[in-house]
Design a protein. Sequence first.
Length: 246
Amino acid sequence: MLKGKTAVITGASRGIGKEIALKFAQNGANVAIIYSGSKDEAEKTAQLASGYGVKAIAYCANCADFNRVKEVTKEIINDFSGVDILVNNAGITKDGLLLTMSEADFDAVVGVNLKGVFNFTKHLSRYIIKSAGGRIINISSVSGTNGNAGQANYSASKAGVIGFSKTVAKELAGRGVTVNVIAPGFIETDMTAKLPPSALEGAVSAIPLKRLGKTSDVADLALFLASGAASYITGECIRVDGGMCI
Ligand SMILES: NC(=O)c1ccc[n+]([C@@H]2O[C@H](COP(=O)([O-])OP(=O)(O)OC[C@H]3O[C@@H](n4cnc5c(N)ncnc54)[C@H](OP(=O)(O)O)[C@@H]3O)[C@@H](O)[C@H]2O)c1
């Protein structure tokens, strides 16, 4: 479905981003894998992706760092010639109730989850508009669409991603680029493994499909949105949450 395309996936060393990178590679896309701390895991993802016969390179870049993102964009363009697809997936949590949340925890989460999306979109858009059928896919969360007690910083950042995406969808539509958002519910990754078992049990009981999501549930939608089959869909936010927000 993506033969000959080049995709940049942030936060692809682990979890949902890794699954998206491998799914894209399996479908013929060359992949640039962005990570910040997990070098070995990122290189493993690149190695697994190369196994599908595509070009795959891992790059270290803190997505919250505007100048580093500018630099890494140049490195990617040198290595791959162009970019067709950007998946802004990197994200962190620093949960706590508003009354006790520190300024540092608010800034850190917004810096990675929202400014990181701005940084990569800003620096790569000029290349993506040259693609025939450019795609930007941003990973938000049901915490951004519906709010979640204990996640004021995270919810704000993820709601910001939705507003940002709708605006960029309007700005880039004339250049043939679609911009869409995926809002996952509870997906089994390192991020949810940090939650107490009682919270996860409570979540499952509130999910109509009665299970946590898998990384492949999100990657399958990302593949569809990146493909030609989704060329008339832009500015949408689609939940992948087992019906949790019905
Ligand atoms: N899991 C869920 O239930 C769930 C639900 C809703 C939304 N989401 C969203 O889905 C996305 C992926 O989540 P996940 O569960 O797969 O998380 P995860 O397993 O914790 O992985 C997070 C990824 O983001 C990267 N990352 C973190 N900070 C970064 C930074 N400053 N610069 C560049 N990369 C950075 C990490 O790379 P390093 O290890 O190299 O630092 C890692 O590859 C996030 O945006 C998250 O908010 C997840």
